[in-house]
Write a protein that binds this ligand. Structure first.
Ligand code: ATP
Length: 419
């Protein structure tokens, strides 16, 4: 990968980061990141690379469009993620570049002929299943707390642990006030990636353990230590229940909307007045403004926010599905706009199934409410505005007639259920 420059200097190109790490773990990777040593921005442009952004030393390969970053060092010059002076010049060495990376397993470079350059013991840590920071400069970027938690979730099935000295740094950063300087976009990008892993609960568990959850999502952190009725919740603690629900949701669906809604569906329990405990009467309503607040602060996408609000508001009602009057079922279908978004019901039912199973001893439980409500929904969805209009009904009366016809359909389906 060495290219001879007109100046006589050799430019060295190495594969780094996730591609090297995942290849060593035996996982397929799609994204390749390269680091370029010995080149200036002007040389990169001469070689035909296109610069990404004006101030950042990252270039796109003219043909493959893969990212090539100039080797760089950086100096902390302010608070938060943005407070960095980046120095990228031909005299920066590969080791200096690797030293500024977060984890040893992300600081392994590979030459074109396959040799590994691993000054910080990343290969050993991969074998030992250890997430370990590269240097004390780790604390300069608060995003690294979230990145460690994300890798912890991503590789939880392999048994990865956080090194005790790294955990201490996560705790230090979480208590420093620096996490609050992160932009909402960066927090959500890491959180969304974590929600997409096979074990998203591990991300929130680690954030809770090191104090980062309190700093970033206090509405969620407030659930730890909050009791619930033992009759329904053998695990008692609401935070523990929440992570069990998320784990179940991840088994049921790959959609981050379903996983996020499951995570926040009980936020109202965090503000139950102590004289009501361990009961949480009305938490399906008190949770709504907390979800709004959290979603606004973290700029959570609308698709996640909408489902989360619906699951929060209606999960208690769905749990009682078989006791509901047909008119209440119809109100629920109208509220979730079943008619225009029929797939939503399934997402809500998956969250409610996860809620049931997210309890010690109920992991395999059947959720009969799901099939029951699906059946009523199918019946109600058979009724169309065209059918109503074919009866000669026109104008505003159509809406009322449509509601009545849907109510009749739900009633018939309920009776069929008991036959
Ligand atoms: N905030 C950071 N602090 C330190 N090093 C970082 C940071 N962000 C990225 N890196 C380095 O850049 C590499 C590429 O970053 P990227 O975010 O693409 O993650 P990745 O390791 O490739 O994982 P993924 O497979 O999730 O993309 C990382 O492996 C790491 O070496």
């Amino acid at each position: 990968m060495a290219k001879k420059q007109q100046s006589g200097k050799r430019v060295q190109i190495y594969l780094v980061g996730g591609a090297v790490r995942d290849e060593l773990l035996g996982y397929p990777f799609t994204e390749r990141d390269y680091v370029v040593v010995g080149a200036s921005p002007a040389q990169m442009l001469e070689l035909g690379y296109q610069q990404v952004g004006k101030d950042f030393p990252v270039f796109l390969h003219p043909k493959t469009k893969e990212e090539y970053a100039l080797a760089r060092t950086e100096r902390k010059a302010g608070s938060g993620y943005t407070g960095f002076n980046v120095y990228a010049a031909p005299d920066v060495t590969l080791e200096q570049d690797l030293a500024r990376r977060d984890l040893t397993i992300n600081a392994i470079a590979k030459t074109a002929d396959g040799a590994l350059i691993d000054p910080f013991g990343g290969v050993k840590d991969l074998q030992a299943r250890l997430l370990r920071h590269v240097s004390s400069a780790f604390v300069e970027d608060p995003l690294r707390v979230l990145r460690v938690a994300r890798f912890y979730a991503r590789y939880a099935h392999l048994g990865f642990q956080v090194a005790p000295e790294t955990l201490a740094l996560l705790q230090q950063l979480s208590g420093s006030g620096e996490l609050q300087t992160l932009s909402a976009e960066r927090v959500w990008i890491e959180t969304a990636k974590a929600l997409s892993t096979g074990t998203p609960a591990a991300y929130f568990k680690l954030l809770q353990q090191c104090g980062a959850l309190q700093a970033l999502m206090p509405e969620l952190a407030a659930l730890w230590g909050v009791p619930q009725p033992e009759k329904w919740h053998p695990e008692i603690d609401t935070g523990v229940h929440t992570l069990l629900v998320l784990a179940q949701a991840a088994k049921l669906s790959e959609k981050i909307e379903v996983r996020f809604a499951s995570l926040v569906h009980d936020l109202g329990k965090g503000i139950t007045p102590t004289d009501l405990l361990p009961s949480h009467h009305g938490h399906e309503h008190t949770g709504l403004p907390l979800i709004q607040q959290l979603c606004e602060r973290l700029r959570v996408p609308n698709s996640c926010r909408e489902l989360a609000l619906l699951v929060c508001e209606y999960h208690q009602l769905v749990h009682r599905a078989q006791e509901l009057k047909a008119s209440t079922v119809l109100k629920f279908f109208n509220a979730i706009d079943l008619w225009r978004k029929p797939e939503r019901l399934n997402d809500i039912l998956l969250c409610c199934t996860a809620d049931l199973r997210g309890r010690t001893g109920f992991e395999q439980a059947e959720y009969a409410q799901a099939a029951y409500l699906q059946q009523l929904a199918e019946a109600a969805l058979q009724v169309t505005a065209q059918q109503v209009m074919a009866l000669g009904i026109t104008g505003p009366a159509i809406k009322e007639a449509l509601n009545q016809a849907r109510l009749n359909a739900i009633n018939t389906a309920r009776r069929d259920e008991w036959r």
